[in-house]
Design a protein around this ligand. Sequence first.
Ligand code: NAP
Length: 322
Amino acid sequence: MTFNLSGFSPSSASSETKHVKVLVLGSGPAGFAAALYAARAELAPLVLTGTELGGQAATTHLIENYPGFPEGVGGSELGDLFQKQAERFGATVEFDTANAVDLSQRPFRVTGDSGSYLADTLVIGTGARPNHLDIPGEVELTGKGVSYCATCDGWFFKDKRVVVIGGGDSALEEGLFLTRYASSVTIIHRRESLRAGKVLQNRAFSNPKVNFVWNTVATQVVGTDKVTGLQLKNLQTGEESFFETDGVFIFIGHTPNTQLFEGQLEMQDGYIVSNHLMETSVPGVFVAGEATDNHFRQVITSAGMGAAAAIQATHFLEKQSQ
Ligand code: NAP
């Protein structure tokens, strides 16, 4: 199989540079699903794991909405299974993080912390990270009452009181979802008007389980081995108070891990623009999961996009070799 390596001479690569047909950036559901499909197409994909093996999903205690696991599956366990399945068909996993890319010509050049790579096609599955409040107790109590995913963790708060921080669509949508389980959902917002759309606002205002605390920020998550409450500050009066709660769900936006591609791929609000074939603005570069999707943010949807990206990468390589 030969490729049109427009303007690039393989001899210009260092002897340690690995040249692969499919390079996958990221080891979450999107990345490993792409690797699985590319491996089964006998393209011997290489996965650069990034700093978080398994991605955001691996930090979830129990995933109960991924089909095939009727009793649920641990987030990191599911990541291990994804990895094993991709490796079984010939994917290679490298514990490296890309820190520079050159997408101006093919093969694409990727520089990692510990290696350099040439890729005939690239699948970006670098994901996103939930924004943090950066207040005392937040990190220590994550997984012990502090969560960034209602769909993942809501079930653990059956008949308990929870707080939602944020005033956007995510805060309201996830807050409403939490009313299925929680005895009360208190939405704490830093202003007195919501950013969320009117439909969600109306639904939230008319739900008897949902309460609002306005013009207020959390300054500390309180608890030792589990959350017991939040320290609050009213931004208008300066008054400080303690609010008892069993859970704190933080939805103050996400940041896609896409800084690496700025100026090289078309982006919108930091998300890589893609079409339904997971193609980006550069032919041969595909994207899957939360680096391009700020709407679904589910393991199954990210994995589905990863599979689609790898199928399209396979078609792309076939066309190049004709
Ligand atoms: P978002 O729209 O950026 O809203 C973030 C919310 O968090 C805002 O209310 C913001 O307050 C608040 N916030 C930000 N930083 C904060 C801080 N440090 N402390 C306290 N509060 C803070 O994010 P999102 O809700 O995740 O939505 C992201 C995008 O996805 C949006 O375009 C949204 O429309 C879309 N989305 C759509 C749906 C849907 O259509 N069903 C569902 C979810 C998300 P301020 O308002 O004061 O800035």
